[in-house]
Each structure stands twice: as structure tokens, then as C-alpha cells.
Design a binder for this molecule. Structure first.
Ligand SMILES: [Zn+2]
Length: 138
């Protein structure tokens, strides 16, 4: 048995079971399939919705986006590692040195607590935080 969603020219949709896909065409040609609302025989088979739950679809989308974001982050991480100097835990200190001494620096990156970051921003020091991804992880 095959279940089809049928659509009438009047816009009415309904479901019907057929033993084979050929049976639908046969019955339609013989004008034996009629709309329950307007009695029209102009019935079309609509495309059957695949049996995918909305949750599955949603999760798939999220995963895909997460992958894209991670890819971007990995690219950005590589860029930072190549162009910035790693200062580790001395990030806040180094950022201040650069800011106040007007030192020419190619830029630094490192670790700072959220409190340190907030302090730096208060002092007018440009700081951006980003999630640091581990590219070896799947
Ligand atoms: Zn109809």
C-alpha cells in the first residue's frame, strides 16, 4: 500500500491509499478519484513528505552551522597564531604595555580572565575575545 497526499484544483488536500503507484494513475484516468469537497476529478498527487521528524532536521541544521563556525574559528586561530605574538597569561600586562608605551607591536594574543578583559576595555584598550577551538577535536 502506498499513501499519497492528493491535491484538488479547488485547493483541498486529502490522503488516499493505493495498492500500487499505477493504481492511482489508472483510477485517475477513469475519473474515479474525486474531490471530497467539490467532486472535481482534477486531482493531483502531491509530493510525499519524507518521513523526517522536525527535530532531526533541526539538529542537522545546527550541526552544519556549528561546523561552519568551527571552520571559521580554526581559520581565524591560524591567522592569529601566524600574525600575533603569544603572551600567555601575561596578556593583560602586555596589552597595557602596548597601549600606554605606544609600542609598535604586531599584536598579541593570550589568556585573560573576564575581569582582566573588562578592565582593559574600561581603560580603552582594544581587546577582542573569541572562543579558542581545538582543531584536532572532531
Ligand atoms: Zn476539490
Amino acid at each position: 500500500m502506498i499513501k499519497y497526499n492528493l491535491t484538488c484544483e479547488c485547493g483541498e488536500t486529502f490522503e488516499s491509499w493505493f495498492s500500487t503507484s499505477n493504481e492511482f494513475d489508472k483510477l485517475r484516468r477513469k475519473r474515479l478519484i474525486t474531490c471530497v469537497v467539490c467532486n472535481s476529478t482534477s486531482i493531483k498527487k502531491s509530493i510525499m513528505a519524507p518521513n523526517v521528524s522536525s527535530t532531526t532536521k533541526k539538529n542537522y541544521k545546527i550541526d552544519k552551522n556549528a561546523k561552519d563556525v568551527k571552520k571559521k574559528l580554526v581559520e581565524f586561530k591560524k591567522f592569529v597564531e601566524k600574525n600575533f605574538k603569544y603572551v600567555g597569561d601575561r596578556f593583560a600586562e602586555e596589552a597595557r604595555n602596548i597601549h600606554y608605551d605606544k609600542k609598535k607591536s604586531k599584536g598579541i594574543y593570550g589568556k585573560a580572565t573576564s575581569k582582566q578583559t573588562a578592565e582593559l576595555i574600561d581603560e580603552g584598550i582594544e581587546v577582542s575575545t573569541m572562543p579558542w577551538v581545538d582543531e584536532t577535536e572532531n
